[in-house]
Design a protein around this ligand. Sequence first.
Ligand code: TYM
Length: 330
Amino acid sequence: MKRRIFSGIQPTGKLHIGNYLGAIKNWIDLQDDYDCIWGIVDFHSMTVPYDHEGMSSRVLDCAATYLAAGLDPEKCELMIQSRVKEHTELTWILNTVTPISWLERVPTYKDKSKRFSDNVNMGLMDYPVLMAADIILYKAEAVPVGEDQLPHLELTREIVRRFNSTFGDTFPEPKEIVSEGALVRGLDGQAKMSKSLNNCIYIDETPEDIWKKLSTAVTDPQRVRKTDPGDPKVCNIFSLHQLFSSKEDIGYCEHGCKTAGIGCIECKKILAENIAKELAPIREKKTELLHNVDYIKDVLNSGIKYSKKIASKTIEEVYQKIGTTYPFLK
Ligand code: TYM
């Protein structure tokens, strides 16, 4: 039997190359060897202000991107979190073993409660518990994610330990699987690439738009003139080369930058071409898929059915453990 893994992305907008390199690309590599469930975690995306009218099209866009990037429904399951009600049911139960102090120290909570200070809702604080429920509902043994999710996974393990020690061994402690592109910085060269920071290259961006965005992206700040040698180690464009370019192009740009043999514009042009080359087939496939919504619907319905089967079994076991089966009702 294959070991099970779970991961998910919030449908807060179009997916970007951080999501692609930090998550989806890794998921594609793992789909042959594991029993994989990939979620579109819509309930998570409600914890900050969001456009409710656009939710349906964002979820559809996310599913189309998953498929276009290469997730194969013959090998893995795609599902929507809100369609498997056991996610929220298990969240409630896990809430009762999760001290509030654990949630207050979560970095994303601290960050988002500052950024969205007029909407610090219970969901924002409870977000990591819902994420723990997403994972352990399927008894997933591992979770492929980018680096920003590691504190959430640590908390998941703490919740698992607390649950198991209170009610008896039920859940495995999930491990992380971190990809090569575990932390992609945005075009500002500083912060993590993130939809909410407007510093992204989206997966379905056209070659023209990729170039437009890269042409103004931040490079080594010390390199002012083309004749100044640069330091690839501090340049975000060079980090992106390492994720998208061939060994030859990486070597050429590294040497050219260090010796002032090439300027940032040439280096960016090479990168733009390489990114466009990798993303073009995904963009084309996505457009094609969005013309066949029935296919996407079938894939999701089948993934939801698969997920529900596992989820209801886990919840039944949890009910046994926590004492809420009530034999007198039978
Ligand atoms: P989300 O939607 O912010 O991101 C989805 C995935 O993309 C990765 N990622 C990045 N990786 C590298 N560089 C970046 N700039 C970058 N931006 C995003 C994230 O690490 C993540 O793997 N809490 C999760 C969603 C979630 C989840 C789960 C994940 C809910 N339930 C259960 C795993 C398992 C989140 O906000 O991801």
